[in-house]
Design a protein around this ligand. Structure first.
Ligand code: GRF
Length: 202
């Protein structure tokens, strides 16, 4: 009698949507990291900004881009329905500035993460993004800064911390130099942290 082989129907563990509205350097690293993966698919980039660098990044990698307005984002159901239709299992925020509405948080409970360019809980919250963060770090004379990768809840930068990585500051760095050091950490650790989170939810 022929031997029966039972093969897994799919090796896929996640179908990810990246939400971003900036340059997209993190999105690029994430897309490259999972390129060709049988387990993790980066299925789409969602953005509210047609002129954002991340749009070009997505196009370069032939990743579909979904544009939406503020009204669409906050209208109950509309983004959620699309995400469900696209069978998105996880959301990665990589430079997305709007507060996530409660129904989207509930739909992706524990399945949505963000990266913040500082050591939370310091230098987080509304208005603390991009250069503002690094300026605040410099002005307060911090001896270190870094990144925080965290689950997303209904408040800015407050979900459970998953990963923090630090870099020492001498105090002589310019704001641009601080930003560059932090970006290096982001690019180095964000993609693999996403993989760890998908494999072994914290
Ligand atoms: C990163 O610094 C990230 O920490 C923050 O937004 C920035 C996005 O940069 N949430 P990029 O668009 O990925 O270059």
């Amino acid at each position: 009698m022929a031997k029966k082989l039972s093969l897994p129907l799919s090796m896929k563990i996640a179908t990810i949507a990246i939400f971003a509205s900036g340059n997209g350097s993190n999105a690029a690293k994430i897309i490259e990291y999972f390129n060709g993966s049988a387990e993790v698919e980066i299925a789409a980039v969602f953005t509210n900004k047609t002129t954002a660098g991340v749009v070009k990044v997505a196009e370069n990698y032939h990743i579909p881009v979904v544009f939406f307005s503020k009204e669409q984002f906050y209208a109950p159901g509309s983004i959620q329905d699309l995400l469900k239709k696209m069978r998105i299992t996880h959301i990665v925020l990589a430079g997305f500035l709007w507060l996530i509405p409660k129904d989207l948080i509930n739909l992706y409970d524990q399945k949505m993460i963000n990266i913040h360019p500082a050591l939370l809980p310091k230098f987080g919250g509304r208005g603390m993004y991009g250069r503002y963060v690094h300026e605040a770090v410099k002005n307060s004379g911090e001896k270190e800064t870094g990144i925080t990768i965290h689950l997303v809840n209904e408040n800015y930068d407050e979900g459970k911390f998953l990963v923090q990585k630090k870099v020492i500051l001498s105090g002589n760095e310019t704001v641009d130099e601080i930003a560059a050091k932090v970006q290096e950490l982001e690019h180095k650790y964000f993609p693999s942290s996403i993989k760890d989170w998908l494999k072994k939810p914290y």
